[in-house]
Design a protein around this ligand. Structure first.
Ligand SMILES: Nc1nc2c(ncn2[C@@H]2O[C@H](COP(=O)(O)OP(=O)(O)OP(=O)(O)O)[C@@H](O)[C@H]2O)c(=O)[nH]1
Ligand SMILES: [Mg+2]
Length: 379
């Protein structure tokens, strides 16, 4: 478990979202639920939520004037310390909302950056998150002075904002350049490791956060990597050898999960980690088959794979958590084609079949040479 400072546990967050009139009640509920999960993962308690339907955000306060007063009253009644908005805000909108509400205001991107900052363990992940935070901060430098008055910490105050109060834009740019330089040297090491693994068939676990990627990694490779019912438990990639039977070996890599509207600074900062995905021979696209919005999440994963240049990589859709399905998984598998696998990473149901599917992919024509090399390398 991630340890959080005591004050963070007490932080009370009021959630607010603005949606187009065309959005369905269900879409809005999914989005706000997900925001709640992110806020809780960042260590705060959700004390209420409100949404507004409006065709366009207001330039001044993002929400309409009436809604701002309503939000201020409700957040005050709930004794909230922070307003968390489900969309991204312009710096001026944050300033105006903070002035009108009298509490700290943060947006969805800040929440995600904050979770990443708390979870990063390796030097590379820490550098990547710091880089993303500075890049997010750069166009918002005037806001840093607002941060000055944000006493008591909490979401959105951890990170470079608090330690760089005396700096100006040029200093932050210098810091970004230095971080990029340090990341390049870490990445060189990663490239060397990757070169050494060239001969082996490489499989990458990808999917929406909390889909069960790490649980599947543990089930397939007898590892005990940490899993939790929380978004972004895994940030640092881990690679393990995977035995596919008949002397065929592969390397399985577990990596950071995706989420709807993953901040682009994070995608850019994590490019070397995500490059591993693009260079894999096979992707296991892990899906939580027990969620109501499985198709939406799968859509986000497909779009993110395109964004990171991994659209071309061979893939198996792994419908996970079938132990939680009321009805059989056959219908789902038929929906996703014969290449899909229904499994429960938790009970291990279906894992043998998944291993067989993977082994069959290693011998596909284009990969034949690589697969036989892996047999040579490991026999
Ligand atoms: N019932 C059930 N729960 C599962 C299964 N697989 C994973 N889980 C649970 O789902 C939650 C998330 O699992 P993880 O393996 O951490 O998911 P992940 O995809 O690695 O998530 P991140 O690293 O946070 O992106 C945990 O509470 C797991 O115990 C499954 O097959 N069945
Ligand atoms: Mg994980």
């Amino acid at each position: 478990m991630i340890e959080l400072a005591p004050y963070r546990k007490l932080e009370k967050a009021f959630l607010a979202g603005l949606y187009s009139p065309a959005s369905s009640a269900w879409e809005i509920e999914q989005s706000m639920d997900e925001l709640g999960g992110l806020v809780r993962a960042a260590g705060a308690r959700v004390v209420g939520s409100e949404v507004q339907k409006r065709s366009r955000p207001g330039a001044g306060h993002f929400f309409g004037q009436g809604k701002v007063s309503d939000l201020a009253a409700k957040a005050h009644a709930a004794e909230a310390d922070t307003l968390v908005v489900d969309q991204d805000l312009m710096p001026a909108q944050v300033r105006n909302l903070e002035a009108a509400m009298g509490i700290k205001v943060i947006d969805r991107t800040e929440v995600i950056l904050d979770i990443f900052a708390a979870r990063a363990r390796t030097r590379e992940a820490k550098l990547q998150v710091e880089l993303a935070q500075y890049q997010y901060l750069l166009p918002r430098l005037t806001r840093m002075w607002v941060h000055l008055s944000r006493t008591g910490g909490g979401i959105g105050t951890r990170g470079p904002g608090e330690t760089q109060l005396e700096t100006d834009r040029r200093t932050v740019r210098g810091r970004i350049a230095a971080l990029k330089g340090r990341l390049r040297s870490v990445e060189r090491h990663r490239h060397l490791v990757r070169e050494r693994r060239r001969d082996l068939f490489r499989v990458s676990l990808v999917g929406y956060t909390n889909a069960g990627k790490t649980t599947l990694m543990n089930g397939l490779t007898k590892s005990s990597l940490p899993v939790a019912d929380q978004p972004f438990m895994t940030l640092d990639p881990t690679t393990r050898r995977l035995h596919l039977g008949d002397g065929v070996n592969a390397l399985l890599t577990d990596t950071v999960g995706f989420v709807d509207r993953l901040p682009h600074h994070l995608v850019a900062a994590f490019h070397s980690t995500l490059e591993e995905v693009a260079q894999a021979d096979l992707l296991l696209v892990v899906v939580d088959a027990a969620t109501m919005d499985m198709e939406r999440r799968l859509g986000v994963v497909t779009a993110t794979l395109e964004e990171i240049g991994a659209a071309h990589v061979d893939r198996i859709v792994v419908l996970n958590k079938i132990d939680r399905l009321a009805e059989g998984a056959e219908a789902l598998v038929s929906l996703h084609g014969p290449g899909a696998a229904a499994v429960s990473a938790l009970t291990r149901e279906g894992l043998l079949h998944l291993v067989q599917l993977m082994r069959a992919r290693t011998s596909r024509s284009a990969d034949a040479a690589k697969a036989s090399a892996s047999v040579r390398a490991t026999s």
